[in-house]
Design a binder for this molecule. Structure first.
Ligand code: ZN
Ligand code: ZN
Length: 121
């Protein structure tokens, strides 16, 4: 899987439960991992890591909560309306990576879901 990471990257639209926060990301949902922060762990939330340059927030800029941050806690932004974790910057706001909530990708564009199915072995 590490040999050719670009091959599994797909383009996805993510949306929070209420649809306020929407974003575009190029990522590999199959590479999701449990979020390590205290808030998410109990919820079984999984995140997908992507390059910062492959992420674009489309709507909801003004509806995001303040990031939660701590020594072992990735930055997280939550939708202020539905409270769902949307995305975060694991290495800080100026970092090179973004981690998105895997669950949001499931509500993405149907075409993107089809792409995922085609990619499956
Ligand atoms: Zn929401
Ligand atoms: Zn978390």
């Amino acid at each position: 899987m590490r040999a050719d990471p670009e091959a599994r990257l797909g383009a996805y639209h993510g949306a929070c439960a209420c649809g306020t926060v929407r974003f575009f990301v190029r990522a590999d949902p199959a590479s999701s991992a449990p979020c390590i922060c205290a808030k998410c762990r109990g919820m079984g939330l999984r995140i997908v890591s992507a390059a910062r340059g492959d992420f674009r927030l489309l709507t909801g800029q003004g509806e995001l909560t303040e990031p939660i941050s701590g020594a072992r806690t990735p930055h997280h932004f939550f939708c202020a309306r539905c409270g769902e974790a949307a995305f975060g910057f694991p290495d800080g706001p100026g970092g090179t990576r973004v981690s998105v909530n895997r669950a949001l990708l499931d509500r993405g564009d149907p075409d993107a879901v089809d792409m995922l199915a085609e990619d499956a072995p």
